[in-house]
Design a protein around this ligand. Structure first.
Ligand SMILES: [Zn+2]
Length: 214
């Protein structure tokens, strides 16, 4: 369960620079949608499912974040790439990723990659990384966004996170263990080994983003 907990919290596996796909370039097939181009090896059905999910998330994220006037944003050559691997092994061979990872994003290449058959890719990594990319590009602030806001927005879009965050913040409040707002805004949680603090940080960030959105 520890590995799963780590995966749930450390979803942001950002890859920098370009990696050469281990599968020969010519072997990748393409499925083009309105805002996305899916690259896949064999499984056309999972490519279509991923494209449908991504287009659906595109609508909900633009709506949640009030970006609807930008809905012509990721068209044509601005489409975002989603590269699908058919197994964790293929994904790992292609990315210097820890073995729990089922997805990653490269903001410079505007590419999200992952293991299509993993539920946590479609329900978690995909909306999470899409929310990061959309927030980043629509706001135009690059990396200059506080961590609580950046992660809060991304996690708000993952399946199941909202209730989880609500329950956790209620528990923290009852135990009088909420992180004060001033501290929440300033922590760099990536540098913390304090599991309880990290858990509280994410739960409160999601709840706070939800409060702002709703
Ligand atoms: Zn993230």
């Amino acid at each position: 369960m520890a590995a799963k907990a780590a995966a749930r919290q450390a979803l942001c596996l950002l890859l920098v620079g370009s990696s050469t796909p281990a599968i020969g370039e010519e072997a990748w097939r393409e499925l083009k949608g309105k805002h996305f181009v899916i690259y896949y090896a064999n499984n056309g059905r999972s490519a279509r499912d991923t494209l449908n999910a991504a287009e659906k998330y595109y609508k909900t994220i633009t709506r949640d974040l009030g970006f609807t006037r930008h809905d012509s944003f990721w068209l044509w050559e601005k489409r975002v790439s989603i590269r699908l691997f058919e197994s964790r092994e293929a994904f790992a061979a292609n990315n210097a990723a820890p073995d729990w990872a089922v997805g990653a994003a490269n903001h410079d290449k505007r590419e999200i990659s992952g293991v299509a058959s993993e539920a946590s890719f479609i329900d978690g990594v995909l909306p999470h990384e899409m929310a990061h990319l959309m927030f980043r590009e629509f706001m135009g602030l690059g990396d200059d966004v506080p961590i609580w806001l950046n992660e809060g927005v991304a996690m708000w879009e993952e399946a199941g996170r909202r209730k989880e965050a609500r329950d956790a913040t209620v528990r923290l409040a009852r135990a009088n263990r909420l992180i004060p707002l001033r501290k929440l805004m300033a922590i760099d949680v990536r540098k913390s080994d304090d599991k309880e603090l990290v858990t509280a940080f994410y739960a409160e960030s999601i709840a706070l983003v939800g409060y702002l959105i709703e």
